[in-house]
Write a protein that binds this ligand. Structure first.
Ligand code: BES
Ligand code: MN
Ligand code: ZN
Length: 495
């Protein structure tokens, strides 16, 4: 979809969107359309019981007196609530309504808009919401009927000159989000550790430095925990680091993101039940988010130093797979009793996090992982679970969650939970009791965080895949984490 900010509506056929607030408060574009159509706007909103609610839409097909194939009256909400999030939601709602409607072009009239953010911001965020909501994963459909196919090709916002440069920053972020979604949506016969790395190669074109470790290197480094997960798969594991330094200072300490990249999680010998197992193709959602965030930061030339590290493995049952009860040794020398081979994410993360700390000496480490089903029981699909060892970092992440709309809820950590993963025969075991399963998973990772490092673990199992469409995504891969991490860096680690 092509996004543009032309001075006036294109004469080509288009749907026209005009804004109306509560109490029938018409924007100048809405008032003009109402006059031209001899009061059709006022009559339609009365008939629809529309009161300008944010992102509510009333559609008038083939309006009279207006050069548009359809006229859409869009609610802008109460004046104070017309913020960036409202405009994104509105852009998303417009696209959701028109994407397969037969319309090819939509023109949103923001003439005379005055709200809590500058008009260019309103226009840019409107377009950003539209762009995010427009993404679909259709590549494997070969027999779609014409009426099911997207028709929308152009999204124009008129009445706001000069929104292009503001929008360019958001377009960089959208590109990152869409990249993440594409990785997450691909099935596991297409995306596996080697092909994941291959897909990331073009990050170099954005100025990102890539480092890839294969199994011999990881073996030499002693990554027995990560390699133990991978050993039942014919697909070899990879560890990939993506470094972006936009500070102009080679010595700047980086922020490190670490992503769980289990490209398919069968559970291993502790095999998962068949129902829903196909979902485990998105068990690399943490790694996908890290790739998308790196893309976004580099594409908008963020003045920050950030390294993204992803641990990529496939968890399969096989004659060579690890067994429940096996003891493996992680890179930092801790021994781990593998009670349940389905608690594999923490085994991948502990070596990836340790390696990242040794390699980059970060002050801040944030890991993202579809780590536990238990976090979905706790928080559903509204918040990612956040486990943090530093209150300042917790506050920063919570705020980035609010500004990005990708919300986090803080969960507890503590010694009483930590005790639950002591093993009778090794330093640590990879599962605790069923109760508090997300917390003991976080405690496991915490044992691999170096003293003095500020660390957050984000359990995003409930967030990377959606059973139904949201404001800014269709059902399927959401791209969760990219906007959150981008905001976190923008608000705390730039300049
Ligand atoms: N990848 C799963 C967690 C998961 C479950 C993500 C559902 C998304 C949706 C993880 O590797 C896993 O299997 N966790 C186990 C841990 C248990 C064995 C302690 C779980 O949550 O059941
Ligand atoms: Mn698992
Ligand atoms: Zn998993």
């Amino acid at each position: 979809m092509i996004i543009a900010f032309p001075p006036a509506a294109d004469p080509a056929p288009h749907a026209l969107v005009v804004l109306v607030g509560p109490g029938g408060a018409m924007s100048s574009g809405a008032a003009a359309a109402d006059t031209a159509s001899d009061g059709q706007v006022a009559r339609a909103i009365a008939a629809a019981r529309f009161d300008g609610e944010a992102a509510a839409l009333v559609e008038i097909l083939a309006p009279t007196g207006v050069n548009a194939t359809r006229l859409i009256v869009a609610g802008s909400g109460p004046g104070q609530s017309a913020d960036a999030a409202m405009f994104e939601k509105l852009g998303g709602a417009i696209v959701a309504r028109l994407q397969t409607s037969g319309e090819t072009r939509v023109t949103v009239d923001l003439t005379g808009f005055a709200g809590s953010l500058p008009a260019e911001g309103a226009a840019a965020h409107l377009a950003h919401g539209a762009e995010l909501r427009n993404w679909r994963f259709d590549k494997y459909h070969t027999t779609m009927k014409p009426k099911q196919k997207p028709t929308l090709t152009n999204f124009d916002v008129i009445g706001v000159p000069g929104a292009e440069s503001y929008h360019a920053q958001l377009a960089a972020i959208a590109a990152g989000v869409m990249r993440t979604r594409a990785l997450v949506a691909e099935p596991a016969n297409i995306i596996y550790p080697e092909s994941f790395v291959a897909e990331a190669q073009d990050l170099r074109d954005l100025g990102i430095e890539l480092t890839v470790l294969g199994e011999p290197e990881m073996k030499a480094l002693g990554m027995g925990a990560l390699l133990g997960v991978s050993q039942g798969s014919v697909r070899p594991a990879r560890l990939m680091a993506m470094r972006w330094n936009g500070t102009g200072n080679a010595d700047a300490k980086p922020v490190v993101f670490v992503g769980k990249g289990v490209t398919f999680d069968t559970g291993g010998i502790s095999l998962k039940p068949p129902a829903g197992m196909e979902d485990m193709k998105w068990d690399m959602g943490g790694a996908g988010a890290v790739v998308g965030a790196m893309h976004a930061l580099a594409a908008r030339k963020s003045k920050s130093h950030v390294v993204g590290v992803v641990g990529l493995v496939e968890n399969m049952p096989d004659g060579n797979a690890q067994r429940p009860g096996d003891v493996v040794t992680s890179m930092n020398g801790q021994t781990i009793e593998v009670i349940n081979t389905d608690a594999e994410g923490r085994l991948v993360l502990c070596d990836a996090i340790w390696w990242a700390q040794e390699q980059y000496e970060p002050e801040v480490v944030i890991d993202l992982a579809t780590l536990t089903g238990a976090i979905i029981i706790s928080l559903g699909h509204e918040y990612g679970g956040m486990f943090v060892n530093d209150d300042g970092l917790a506050a920063q992440l919570e705020k980035a969650g609010k500004t990005s709309g990708e919300h986090l809820w803080r969960m507890p950590l503590g010694d009483a939970y930590d005790k639950l993963i002591d093993s009778p025969i090794a330093d640590i075991k990879n599962v605790g009791p069923r109760e508090g399963g997300s917390i003991t998973a976080a405690q496991f990772i915490k044992r691999f965080v170096k003293p003095g490092v500020k660390w957050a673990h984000l359990d995003i199992a409930g967030m990377v895949w959606a059973a139904k469409a949201g404001n800014l995504y269709d059902k399927g891969a959401t791209g969760f984490g990219v906007r959150l991490l981008d905001r976190f860096i923008a608000e705390n680690h730039e300049g």
